[in-house]
Design a protein around this ligand. Sequence first.
Ligand SMILES: C[S@@+](CC[C@H](N)C(=O)[O-])C[C@H]1O[C@@H](n2cnc3c(N)ncnc32)[C@H](O)[C@@H]1O
Length: 380
Amino acid sequence: MSPRASNDSVEGEPVPSLSARLRERIRRSGPLTFREWMRAALYDEQEGYYQRRGAERWGRAGDYRTAPERSALFAATFARHFTKLHEELSRPRPFHLLEAGGGAGRFAEGVLRTLRRDAPHVYESVRYLFDETSADSRRRAAALLAPFAGRVEFRRLSEVTGKLDHAVLFSNELLDAFPVHRVTVQDGRLLEAYVGLSGDGDFVFVEGEPSTPRLAEHFERLGVKLEEGQAAEVNLEVADWLARAAGVVGSGFVITVDYGDEAAALYGAPHRREGTLRSFRGHELIEDVLCDPGLQDLTTTVNWTQVVAEGERVGLRALSLERLDAFLLRAGLVEQLELESSHAASEAEVTALRLDAREMILPGGMASHFQILVQKKAEL
Ligand SMILES: C[S@@+](CC[C@H](N)C(=O)[O-])C[C@H]1O[C@@H](n2cnc3c(N)ncnc32)[C@H](O)[C@@H]1O
Protein backbone atom coordinates (compact mmCIF):
# COMPACT_ATOMS: atom_id res chain seq x y z
CA MET A 1 0.00 0.00 0.00
CA SER A 2 1.63 3.29 -1.01
CA PRO A 3 0.56 6.24 1.12
CA ARG A 4 -0.33 9.34 -0.90
CA ALA A 5 0.47 12.84 0.22
CA SER A 6 -1.99 14.04 2.81
CA ASN A 7 -2.33 17.80 3.13
CA ASP A 8 -5.00 17.88 5.84
CA SER A 9 -7.44 19.85 3.76
CA VAL A 10 -10.27 18.73 1.58
CA GLU A 11 -12.14 21.16 -0.60
CA GLY A 12 -15.20 22.59 1.13
CA GLU A 13 -14.53 20.88 4.44
CA PRO A 14 -12.99 22.27 7.60
CA VAL A 15 -9.36 21.38 8.22
CA PRO A 16 -9.38 18.55 10.75
CA SER A 17 -7.11 19.03 13.70
CA LEU A 18 -7.15 15.26 14.34
CA SER A 19 -4.35 14.90 11.77
CA ALA A 20 -2.34 17.57 13.57
CA ARG A 21 -2.88 15.89 16.93
CA LEU A 22 -1.88 12.49 15.55
CA ARG A 23 1.26 13.99 14.03
CA GLU A 24 2.12 15.62 17.32
CA ARG A 25 1.61 12.31 19.14
CA ILE A 26 3.89 10.47 16.70
CA ARG A 27 6.59 13.17 16.92
CA ARG A 28 6.44 13.00 20.72
CA SER A 29 6.18 9.24 21.33
CA GLY A 30 7.08 7.52 18.07
CA PRO A 31 4.99 5.56 15.58
CA LEU A 32 1.55 4.30 16.63
CA THR A 33 0.27 0.80 16.05
CA PHE A 34 -2.22 0.88 13.21
CA ARG A 35 -4.86 -0.19 15.74
CA GLU A 36 -4.25 2.97 17.79
CA TRP A 37 -4.21 5.11 14.66
CA MET A 38 -7.44 3.53 13.34
CA ARG A 39 -9.11 3.92 16.73
CA ALA A 40 -8.36 7.64 16.62
CA ALA A 41 -9.42 7.93 12.96
CA LEU A 42 -12.79 6.29 13.64
CA TYR A 43 -13.53 7.00 17.29
CA ASP A 44 -11.66 10.14 18.41
CA GLU A 45 -14.23 11.89 20.61
CA GLN A 46 -14.36 15.08 18.57
CA GLU A 47 -13.26 14.18 15.09
CA GLY A 48 -13.34 10.42 14.72
CA TYR A 49 -15.24 9.28 11.63
CA TYR A 50 -18.09 7.83 13.72
CA GLN A 51 -18.05 10.65 16.24
CA ARG A 52 -18.14 13.79 14.12
CA ARG A 53 -21.33 15.63 14.90
CA GLY A 54 -23.78 15.98 12.04
CA ALA A 55 -21.63 14.03 9.55
CA GLU A 56 -23.59 12.17 6.86
CA ARG A 57 -22.10 8.69 7.14
CA TRP A 58 -25.07 6.66 6.01
CA GLY A 59 -27.43 6.74 3.08
CA ARG A 60 -27.16 8.04 -0.44
CA ALA A 61 -25.56 11.29 0.72
CA GLY A 62 -23.08 9.51 2.95
CA ASP A 63 -20.17 7.14 2.48
CA TYR A 64 -21.94 3.78 2.46
CA ARG A 65 -25.34 2.15 2.94
CA THR A 66 -25.84 -0.74 5.29
CA ALA A 67 -28.70 -3.26 5.00
CA PRO A 68 -31.02 -1.48 7.50
CA GLU A 69 -30.36 1.70 5.50
CA ARG A 70 -31.21 0.08 2.19
CA SER A 71 -34.40 -1.67 3.06
CA ALA A 72 -37.02 -1.61 5.80
CA LEU A 73 -37.56 -5.28 4.97
CA PHE A 74 -34.25 -6.19 6.60
CA ALA A 75 -35.35 -5.12 10.10
CA ALA A 76 -38.92 -6.33 9.51
CA THR A 77 -37.68 -9.83 8.63
CA PHE A 78 -35.51 -9.87 11.75
CA ALA A 79 -38.53 -8.79 13.83
CA ARG A 80 -40.25 -11.89 12.47
CA HIS A 81 -37.22 -13.99 13.40
CA PHE A 82 -37.01 -12.49 16.90
CA THR A 83 -40.69 -13.42 17.38
CA LYS A 84 -39.74 -17.02 16.63
CA LEU A 85 -36.83 -16.87 19.08
CA HIS A 86 -39.13 -15.39 21.73
CA GLU A 87 -41.26 -18.51 21.33
CA GLU A 88 -38.18 -20.80 21.40
CA LEU A 89 -37.00 -19.14 24.59
CA SER A 90 -40.43 -19.90 26.16
CA ARG A 91 -41.83 -16.36 25.93
CA PRO A 92 -39.55 -14.67 28.48
CA ARG A 93 -40.68 -11.52 30.27
CA PRO A 94 -38.71 -9.35 29.91
CA PHE A 95 -37.38 -10.41 26.52
CA HIS A 96 -33.97 -8.77 26.24
CA LEU A 97 -33.10 -7.64 22.74
CA LEU A 98 -29.65 -6.09 22.67
CA GLU A 99 -28.15 -4.33 19.70
CA ALA A 100 -24.47 -3.44 19.60
CA GLY A 101 -23.17 -0.78 17.22
CA GLY A 102 -26.72 0.18 16.27
CA GLY A 103 -25.63 3.39 14.51
CA ALA A 104 -28.44 5.89 14.04
CA GLY A 105 -31.09 3.37 15.12
CA ARG A 106 -32.68 2.40 11.80
CA PHE A 107 -32.63 -1.32 12.57
CA ALA A 108 -33.98 -0.86 16.10
CA GLU A 109 -36.75 1.41 14.82
CA GLY A 110 -37.76 -1.13 12.15
CA VAL A 111 -37.74 -4.04 14.58
CA LEU A 112 -39.77 -2.24 17.25
CA ARG A 113 -42.29 -0.82 14.76
CA THR A 114 -42.82 -4.26 13.21
CA LEU A 115 -43.14 -6.02 16.57
CA ARG A 116 -45.65 -3.45 17.82
CA ARG A 117 -47.79 -4.01 14.73
CA ASP A 118 -47.34 -7.75 14.05
CA ALA A 119 -46.52 -9.29 17.44
CA PRO A 120 -47.83 -7.04 20.24
CA HIS A 121 -47.33 -9.81 22.83
CA VAL A 122 -43.59 -9.82 22.02
CA TYR A 123 -43.45 -6.01 21.87
CA GLU A 124 -44.98 -5.77 25.35
CA SER A 125 -42.18 -8.00 26.72
CA VAL A 126 -39.25 -6.39 24.92
CA ARG A 127 -36.53 -4.54 26.72
CA TYR A 128 -34.37 -3.21 23.86
CA LEU A 129 -30.85 -2.30 24.99
CA PHE A 130 -29.07 -0.08 22.48
CA ASP A 131 -25.28 -0.06 22.74
CA GLU A 132 -23.53 2.49 20.54
CA THR A 133 -20.11 4.00 21.10
CA SER A 134 -20.70 7.18 19.10
CA ALA A 135 -22.41 10.01 20.95
CA ASP A 136 -23.53 11.54 17.66
CA SER A 137 -25.20 8.29 16.57
CA ARG A 138 -26.78 7.87 20.01
CA ARG A 139 -28.32 11.34 19.69
CA ARG A 140 -29.77 10.46 16.28
CA ALA A 141 -31.01 7.10 17.51
CA ALA A 142 -32.64 8.71 20.57
CA ALA A 143 -34.68 10.97 18.26
CA LEU A 144 -35.67 8.09 15.96
CA LEU A 145 -36.57 5.78 18.83
CA ALA A 146 -38.51 8.35 20.85
CA PRO A 147 -41.89 6.72 19.96
CA PHE A 148 -40.70 3.53 21.67
CA ALA A 149 -39.21 5.28 24.69
CA GLY A 150 -40.77 2.88 27.20
CA ARG A 151 -39.17 -0.13 25.55
CA VAL A 152 -35.65 1.22 24.78
CA GLU A 153 -32.66 1.83 27.00
CA PHE A 154 -29.36 3.30 25.89
CA ARG A 155 -26.75 1.27 27.68
CA ARG A 156 -23.17 0.25 26.88
CA LEU A 157 -22.60 -3.52 27.06
CA SER A 158 -19.80 -2.80 29.52
CA GLU A 159 -22.33 -1.09 31.81
CA VAL A 160 -24.77 -3.99 32.00
CA THR A 161 -24.52 -5.50 35.45
CA GLY A 162 -25.31 -9.15 35.93
CA LYS A 163 -26.17 -11.60 33.20
CA LEU A 164 -29.32 -11.30 31.11
CA ASP A 165 -31.16 -14.54 30.58
CA HIS A 166 -33.18 -15.38 27.47
CA ALA A 167 -31.46 -12.57 25.63
CA VAL A 168 -30.65 -11.98 21.95
CA LEU A 169 -27.63 -9.84 21.12
CA PHE A 170 -27.65 -8.61 17.51
CA SER A 171 -25.11 -6.62 15.51
CA ASN A 172 -24.87 -5.60 11.88
CA GLU A 173 -21.53 -4.45 10.46
CA LEU A 174 -20.02 -3.92 13.90
CA LEU A 175 -17.02 -6.25 13.88
CA ASP A 176 -15.73 -4.91 10.56
CA ALA A 177 -15.50 -1.45 12.16
CA PHE A 178 -13.19 -2.53 15.00
CA PRO A 179 -9.64 -1.10 14.91
CA VAL A 180 -7.15 -3.74 13.76
CA HIS A 181 -3.43 -4.41 13.92
CA ARG A 182 -1.60 -4.74 10.63
CA VAL A 183 1.27 -7.16 10.16
CA THR A 184 3.67 -8.23 7.46
CA VAL A 185 6.36 -10.88 7.04
CA GLN A 186 9.96 -9.96 6.24
CA ASP A 187 12.83 -12.45 6.08
CA GLY A 188 10.47 -14.99 7.59
CA ARG A 189 9.73 -12.81 10.64
CA LEU A 190 6.36 -11.45 11.66
CA LEU A 191 6.54 -7.66 11.87
CA GLU A 192 3.91 -5.13 12.78
CA ALA A 193 3.03 -2.13 10.62
CA TYR A 194 3.03 1.10 12.64
CA VAL A 195 2.01 4.56 11.46
CA GLY A 196 4.86 7.04 11.39
CA LEU A 197 5.67 10.24 9.49
CA SER A 198 7.57 10.80 6.26
CA GLY A 199 10.04 13.68 5.96
CA ASP A 200 7.17 15.78 4.57
CA GLY A 201 4.96 14.94 7.54
CA ASP A 202 2.69 12.52 5.68
CA PHE A 203 1.40 9.43 7.48
CA VAL A 204 3.32 6.36 6.32
CA PHE A 205 3.57 2.72 7.36
CA VAL A 206 6.79 1.74 9.12
CA GLU A 207 7.60 -1.78 10.24
CA GLY A 208 8.65 -2.76 13.74
CA GLU A 209 8.58 -5.61 16.23
CA PRO A 210 5.04 -6.78 17.13
CA SER A 211 3.53 -4.68 19.92
CA THR A 212 1.96 -7.75 21.53
CA PRO A 213 2.56 -11.52 21.50
CA ARG A 214 -1.16 -11.91 20.77
CA LEU A 215 -0.42 -11.26 17.08
CA ALA A 216 1.81 -14.32 16.65
CA GLU A 217 -0.57 -16.33 18.86
CA HIS A 218 -3.46 -15.35 16.58
CA PHE A 219 -1.81 -17.00 13.57
CA GLU A 220 -0.61 -20.01 15.59
CA ARG A 221 -4.13 -20.67 16.87
CA LEU A 222 -5.52 -20.51 13.35
CA GLY A 223 -2.70 -22.63 11.91
CA VAL A 224 -2.02 -19.90 9.35
CA LYS A 225 1.44 -19.12 7.99
CA LEU A 226 1.74 -15.84 6.10
CA GLU A 227 3.95 -15.67 3.03
CA GLU A 228 7.03 -13.51 2.67
CA GLY A 229 6.00 -9.92 1.89
CA GLN A 230 2.34 -10.52 2.61
CA ALA A 231 0.35 -7.94 4.60
CA ALA A 232 -2.60 -8.88 6.79
CA GLU A 233 -4.84 -7.56 9.54
CA VAL A 234 -5.51 -8.96 12.98
CA ASN A 235 -8.72 -7.95 14.73
CA LEU A 236 -7.96 -8.62 18.41
CA GLU A 237 -10.96 -6.58 19.50
CA VAL A 238 -13.22 -9.37 18.22
CA ALA A 239 -12.02 -11.63 21.06
CA ASP A 240 -12.44 -8.88 23.66
CA TRP A 241 -15.94 -8.06 22.40
CA LEU A 242 -17.06 -11.71 22.39
CA ALA A 243 -15.86 -12.10 25.96
CA ARG A 244 -17.94 -9.04 26.91
CA ALA A 245 -20.93 -10.39 24.98
CA ALA A 246 -20.70 -13.75 26.72
CA GLY A 247 -20.46 -11.92 30.05
CA VAL A 248 -23.72 -10.10 29.38
CA VAL A 249 -25.79 -12.84 27.73
CA GLY A 250 -26.47 -15.38 30.47
CA SER A 251 -28.47 -17.51 28.08
CA GLY A 252 -29.76 -16.92 24.58
CA PHE A 253 -28.29 -16.03 21.22
CA VAL A 254 -25.59 -13.83 19.74
CA ILE A 255 -26.42 -13.00 16.12
CA THR A 256 -23.73 -11.35 14.02
CA VAL A 257 -24.20 -10.06 10.47
CA ASP A 258 -21.16 -8.90 8.55
CA TYR A 259 -19.01 -9.47 5.49
CA GLY A 260 -16.35 -12.02 6.23
CA ASP A 261 -14.55 -15.15 5.20
CA GLU A 262 -12.87 -18.20 6.68
CA ALA A 263 -9.27 -17.70 7.87
CA ALA A 264 -7.79 -19.88 5.12
CA ALA A 265 -9.39 -17.74 2.40
CA LEU A 266 -8.77 -14.49 4.21
CA TYR A 267 -5.05 -15.05 4.64
CA GLY A 268 -4.47 -17.41 1.71
CA ALA A 269 -6.28 -15.91 -1.29
CA PRO A 270 -3.88 -14.34 -3.83
CA HIS A 271 -6.04 -11.22 -4.23
CA ARG A 272 -5.71 -10.55 -0.50
CA ARG A 273 -1.90 -10.46 -0.30
CA GLU A 274 -2.18 -6.82 0.79
CA GLY A 275 -4.84 -7.63 3.38
CA THR A 276 -8.45 -6.45 3.36
CA LEU A 277 -8.14 -3.00 4.91
CA ARG A 278 -10.01 -0.44 2.83
CA SER A 279 -11.33 3.04 3.06
CA PHE A 280 -14.55 4.59 1.74
CA ARG A 281 -15.70 8.07 1.14
CA GLY A 282 -18.76 9.20 -0.77
CA HIS A 283 -19.35 5.56 -1.89
CA GLU A 284 -15.87 5.45 -3.44
CA LEU A 285 -12.97 3.26 -2.49
CA ILE A 286 -10.05 5.47 -1.41
CA GLU A 287 -6.62 4.13 -2.26
CA ASP A 288 -4.75 5.77 0.58
CA VAL A 289 -6.08 4.46 3.88
CA LEU A 290 -3.82 6.83 5.83
CA CYS A 291 -4.99 10.10 4.36
CA ASP A 292 -7.52 12.32 6.09
CA PRO A 293 -8.07 10.42 9.36
CA GLY A 294 -11.61 11.07 10.57
CA LEU A 295 -12.96 11.96 7.14
CA GLN A 296 -13.19 8.50 5.62
CA ASP A 297 -14.48 5.15 6.78
CA LEU A 298 -12.02 2.32 7.44
CA THR A 299 -13.03 -1.32 7.47
CA THR A 300 -11.70 -4.88 7.22
CA THR A 301 -13.23 -8.22 6.30
CA VAL A 302 -14.30 -10.27 9.31
CA ASN A 303 -12.48 -13.51 10.07
CA TRP A 304 -15.35 -15.94 10.78
CA THR A 305 -12.98 -18.76 11.81
CA GLN A 306 -11.69 -16.48 14.56
CA VAL A 307 -15.18 -15.34 15.64
CA VAL A 308 -16.36 -18.96 15.91
CA ALA A 309 -13.24 -20.14 17.79
CA GLU A 310 -13.09 -17.17 20.19
CA GLY A 311 -16.82 -17.61 20.79
CA GLU A 312 -16.36 -21.26 21.75
CA ARG A 313 -13.66 -20.18 24.18
CA VAL A 314 -16.14 -18.02 26.11
CA GLY A 315 -19.12 -20.38 25.96
CA LEU A 316 -20.80 -19.29 22.73
CA ARG A 317 -21.51 -22.34 20.61
CA ALA A 318 -21.78 -21.70 16.88
CA LEU A 319 -25.11 -22.99 15.58
CA SER A 320 -24.89 -21.76 11.99
CA LEU A 321 -22.84 -19.61 9.66
CA GLU A 322 -24.47 -18.98 6.31
CA ARG A 323 -25.06 -16.45 3.58
CA LEU A 324 -27.37 -13.69 4.63
CA ASP A 325 -29.68 -14.03 1.60
CA ALA A 326 -30.31 -17.71 2.40
CA PHE A 327 -31.05 -16.83 6.02
CA LEU A 328 -33.42 -13.99 5.11
CA LEU A 329 -35.39 -16.24 2.76
CA ARG A 330 -35.72 -18.91 5.43
CA ALA A 331 -36.65 -16.29 8.03
CA GLY A 332 -39.62 -15.27 5.87
CA LEU A 333 -38.51 -12.26 3.82
CA VAL A 334 -40.98 -13.05 1.04
CA GLU A 335 -43.88 -13.48 3.47
CA GLN A 336 -42.85 -10.27 5.22
CA LEU A 337 -42.79 -8.50 1.86
CA GLU A 338 -46.41 -9.54 1.28
CA LEU A 339 -47.38 -8.36 4.75
CA GLU A 340 -45.61 -5.02 4.36
CA SER A 341 -47.21 -4.59 0.93
CA SER A 342 -50.67 -5.15 2.40
CA HIS A 343 -50.00 -2.28 4.84
CA ALA A 344 -48.45 0.02 2.22
CA ALA A 345 -50.09 3.42 1.73
CA SER A 346 -49.59 3.55 -2.06
CA GLU A 347 -48.67 1.53 -5.14
CA ALA A 348 -45.37 3.42 -5.24
CA GLU A 349 -44.55 2.13 -1.76
CA VAL A 350 -45.32 -1.46 -2.83
CA THR A 351 -43.04 -1.06 -5.85
CA ALA A 352 -40.26 0.32 -3.66
CA LEU A 353 -40.63 -2.62 -1.24
CA ARG A 354 -40.40 -5.10 -4.09
CA LEU A 355 -37.30 -3.41 -5.49
CA ASP A 356 -35.71 -3.48 -2.03
CA ALA A 357 -36.48 -7.18 -1.69
CA ARG A 358 -34.91 -7.89 -5.06
CA GLU A 359 -31.84 -5.85 -4.23
CA MET A 360 -31.48 -7.91 -1.04
CA ILE A 361 -31.94 -11.43 -2.29
CA LEU A 362 -31.38 -11.69 -6.03
CA PRO A 363 -28.17 -13.55 -7.00
CA GLY A 364 -25.33 -11.05 -6.61
CA GLY A 365 -27.57 -8.79 -4.50
CA MET A 366 -26.46 -7.13 -1.30
CA ALA A 367 -27.20 -9.98 1.10
CA SER A 368 -25.28 -12.49 -1.01
CA HIS A 369 -22.07 -10.71 0.03
CA PHE A 370 -22.87 -10.91 3.73
CA GLN A 371 -23.00 -13.76 6.19
CA ILE A 372 -24.82 -14.36 9.45
CA LEU A 373 -23.39 -16.23 12.40
CA VAL A 374 -25.69 -17.51 15.14
CA GLN A 375 -24.06 -18.49 18.41
CA LYS A 376 -25.87 -19.91 21.40
CA LYS A 377 -25.16 -19.43 25.05
CA ALA A 378 -26.70 -22.22 27.07
CA GLU A 379 -27.79 -21.88 30.67
CA LEU A 380 -25.32 -23.51 33.02
C1 LIG B 1 -20.53 0.27 10.17
S1 LIG B 1 -21.47 1.02 11.41
C2 LIG B 1 -22.96 0.04 11.37
C3 LIG B 1 -24.14 0.74 11.97
C4 LIG B 1 -25.46 -0.06 11.96
N1 LIG B 1 -25.33 -1.33 12.64
C5 LIG B 1 -25.95 -0.31 10.54
O1 LIG B 1 -25.96 -1.45 10.11
O2 LIG B 1 -26.31 0.67 9.88
C6 LIG B 1 -20.65 0.46 12.89
C7 LIG B 1 -21.21 1.10 14.15
O3 LIG B 1 -20.63 0.45 15.28
C8 LIG B 1 -20.31 1.42 16.27
N2 LIG B 1 -19.30 0.81 17.16
C9 LIG B 1 -18.01 0.54 16.88
N3 LIG B 1 -17.41 -0.10 17.89
C10 LIG B 1 -18.36 -0.25 18.85
C11 LIG B 1 -18.37 -0.88 20.13
N4 LIG B 1 -17.29 -1.47 20.63
N5 LIG B 1 -19.54 -0.88 20.82
C12 LIG B 1 -20.65 -0.30 20.32
N6 LIG B 1 -20.69 0.31 19.12
C13 LIG B 1 -19.57 0.32 18.39
C14 LIG B 1 -19.87 2.60 15.44
O4 LIG B 1 -19.90 3.81 16.15
C15 LIG B 1 -20.87 2.56 14.29
O5 LIG B 1 -22.03 3.29 14.58
